[in-house]
Design a protein around this ligand. Structure first.
Ligand code: NDP
Length: 285
């Protein structure tokens, strides 16, 4: 059996088209969804992520602003800027590109963003709301993972989902969202002995580790839906996932490629959260 390759680019495009219609409807009511991105320093990877986010905004009709700050900016200065954006009614989403320079506490910065504008879904209030199943901004990559699984037509309820990785930005929230969808969830991490024995039980396998090609055919049960979140640059300069795509493709039912799988969905979910935030603003008016 050869897996169906999940086309994240195409799925992202469809969702962006839907969002463009919603943004247009908002604009007709006098509300232009607005996202402000703060970029501290000039890390090349961060520059490229920010560029993708700004481009995505333009595509769906979100007004975006980029605030650049010197790497020497103090935490107080950054927090003051966030406070200004919290108060600005034209800004529906605030995103501080991570990582930040070492002298700035990321947690203090995340905590400073108003939960009403926390389109990244990283604020502890957003995380808590997600955990108890309240409506909230879901973190973008995990939300994208769930959307991709659903759009394969796979019923998540009752399935055994195994998540490899337990970071706060990917592994843990993916596991929580899968649980909310009524999967039976197992979370694996670096201290898990005999990883293959567990991943082989998965009906849905989500891998978010950051180690090139660590998951091979020996880790996967035939017919599994495999979502590869990992993005790794190998010596040749090529981007690859955590999964050995070519060999796992031969046994999985569905599989995401890298690039072109989860990646395009992450920014799309950010755009979705920003449009939602603008809609909530309208409801409050
Ligand atoms: P982290 O480094 O924060 O977390 C990695 C996780 O993998 C940890 O929980 C770690 O366990 C676990 N791990 C490490 N080694 C092993 C092992 N041998 N066996 C099992 N588990 C292991 O990474 P992130 O969650 O931030 O990112 C993961 C990957 O996803 C990266 O490649 C990143 O680039 C990519 N990514 C992609 C995005 C996208 O949009 N496509 C967005 C965000 C991330 P422990 O906790 O025990 O240390």
């Amino acid at each position: 059996m050869t897996a169906t390759v999940i086309d994240g680019k195409e799925t992202a495009k469809k969702i962006r088209e839907e969002l463009a219609i919603e943004a247009k409807a908002l604009a007709e009511k006098g509300i232009i969804p607005g996202l402000t991105v703060i970029l501290v320093g000039n890390d090349p990877a961060s520059e490229s992520y920010v560029k993708g986010k700004i481009k995505g905004c333009a595509e769906v009709g979100i007004h975006s602003e980029l605030i650049r700050m010197e790497p020497t900016v103090t935490q107080e200065e950054l927090l003051a800027e966030i406070e200004k954006l919290n108060q600005n009614p034209n800004v529906h989403g605030i995103l501080v590109q991570l990582p930040l320079p070492k002298h700035i506490a990321e947690s203090a910065v995340i905590d400073a963003i108003s939960p009403e504008k926390d389109v990244d879904g990283f604020h502890p209030i957003s995380v808590g709301n997600m955990l108890i199943g309240n409506e909230t901004f879901l973190p973008c990559t995990p939300h994208g993972v769930i959307e991709l699984i659903k759009r394969t037509g796979t019923e998540i309820s009752g399935k055994h989902a195994v998540v490899v990785g337990r970071s706060n930005i990917v592994g843990k929230p993916v596991a929580m969202l899968l649980l909310q969808e009524n999967a039976t969830v197992t979370i694996c991490h670096s201290r898990t002995p005999d990883l293959a024995a567990i991943t082989k039980q998965a009906d849905i396998l989500v891998v978010a580790v950051g180690k090139a090609h660590m998951i091979g055919a020996e880790h996967v049960k035939p017919g599994t839906v495999v979502i590869d979140v990992g993005v790794n640059r190998i010596e040749t300069g090529k981007l690859v996932g955590d999964v050995k795509f070519d060999e796992v493709k031969e046994i999985a039912s569905h599989i995401t490629p890298v690039p072109g799988g989860v990646g395009p969905m992450t920014i799309t979910m950010l755009l979705k959260n920003t449009v939602r935030s603008a809609e909530r603003g309208l409801e409050r008016r």
